[in-house]
Design a protein around this ligand. Sequence first.
Ligand code: F6R
Length: 616
Amino acid sequence: MCGIVAYLGNREAYPILIEGLRKLEYRGYDSAGVALMQGNTIQMYKKKGRVDELDSYCASKDRHGNAGIAHTRWATHGEPNEENAHPHVSEDGTIALIHNGIIENYLSLKKGLLAEGVTFKSETDTEVLVHLIRRVQEKEQVSLPDAVMLALSMVEGTYALAILSVDDPDQLVVAKKGSPLLIGTEGNEFFVASDGAPIVGFTQDVVYLDDGDVGVLRLGQPIKIKNINDEQHLLKRPSFHKLELTLEQLEKGGFDTFMLKEIFEQPKAVRDSMRGRINLKKDVVSLGGIIEYEQKMLNAKRFIIVACGTSWHAGLVAEYIFESLVRVPVEVEYASEFRYRNPIIHEDDVLIAISQSGETADTLAAVEIGKKHGATVIGICNVVGSTLARETMAGSYTHAGPEIGVASTKAFTAQVTVLALMALSLAKKKGTISKSEYHKLISDLETIPEKISQVLEQEQHIQRIAQYVATRPNALFLGRGVNYPVALEGALKLKEISYIHAEGYPAAEIKHGPIALVDNTMPVIVIATEQETYDKVVSNVQEIIARKGTIISVVTEGDTAVKKMSKFCIEIPKTEELLTPLVASVPLQLLAYHVAVIRDCDVDKPRNLAKSVSVE
Ligand code: F6R
């Protein structure tokens, strides 16, 4: 949700900022803007639409300057237009600011500023920050960093900020609370961004700001950080980390889109998420990141899984795997609901938060609630160094590599892999799984990358099915047991990138209402792989056929019953029932992808969405 980039050094800032914005565009893409320090004035350019539009607009403009800030927006307050695009400047034009997050008390702050005679140009919450900081600076006669510290102590909400001031052109002030912000340094240069993507081409050495940190970057000086929650405002020692990212990972690598690249990366992503964690010869699964809290997990009376969107679907799959193998109750919660419903949490609960980005605001809030109630809080995330990774007590990275397409694909299969490993390791130690079952499952896990590759070979066949689905206004996705979350995920993928209305249901549930929608225009995508309830699914398929629905099925190789009843059928390799989602979700990703391409949709940047939902 909004990407921010800033630069201070001795090179031209503009090319670094605009390239940085391109790399962050997945975080929001309804408007973009840049401000450059030119001598003692701030030059600002903003445009509605994508970063390319901003760049074309700037082509004829003066773009020089060795310091600058830039922003790509996902609108929260105020429609996407140039007035609401960032940067925002103070009335006298001396301060420019970019912001990712939400200022929750902006209305009361705005009221106060209006009463003091401040004129607002936009409808955004952000604009209050720039006026507030300027007012504090004027009233208190303090430096910009001190004014920022004072102003932020009046602010409720979340922010990642970068601020330029004409009073000190060799300085950049940054601040963070609840939204991510990194500072990279190399020699006499500073690179600031919402994530590592804009920085990695320049340096691997980064500092992740903590909540409440205000950083001052000055040419020729080391980074200075203070925290607004420290009453004495003592200087903190910046802690440097290595970026685990390569430039190659941020490119499309010959694919038309990031999403297709990421779908095809799944054999590797799943393999990487298992690397070093399974020893087939010794029949051992171990996840290094959770060892310290393993005993707590073994003693858990309940697992509470919190997540959003696709990660929530991975949590639902985990519910089946954990309950079946570990024999401990599991509750899977939308983080956004969990955080506001005064949940009952005990100290012997283990809360597992799942997030690709590690920056989803609701998931992070659920983590805080878990910690407050004394639960053991474990994270599963993809982005190294993300807030989730730092705010949980222990956890496991999925190691899927950067996911840039807005629709999540490889992160899902990697999450399910890690959750399956976690369940297997706990089940073995608790003695809730037989030796043979354990061996069968880890042996099957090892073959999943190869099975996914076999599904990917069917791309052309799936493309033909997509031709049919692309002409339909609606679609139903059905599955039972562990395939029910697969149905939900298939429907989510289709609706979010092709804008076809789609619903996922447990197959038996449709009799309780949704079957009323079925007629000869309705494609019904059924996941009917080999599973305990296969015969029941066959009956559900018959009920749909009786109402003239069109069946598109995902079945196990060699299937006859469902295949015979299907207009289109996708066969996937035989997989252990609990691990089926790892393979069965892949054809549905390809189906959604090709439907979206046929319908001429922007697959990597679907309308109204953004990748990292760092606001509520
Ligand atoms: C759907 C999708 C979203 C995310 C959700 C959570 O394709 O990508 O539903 O899964 O916004 O994001 P993370 O996993 O980053 O917490």
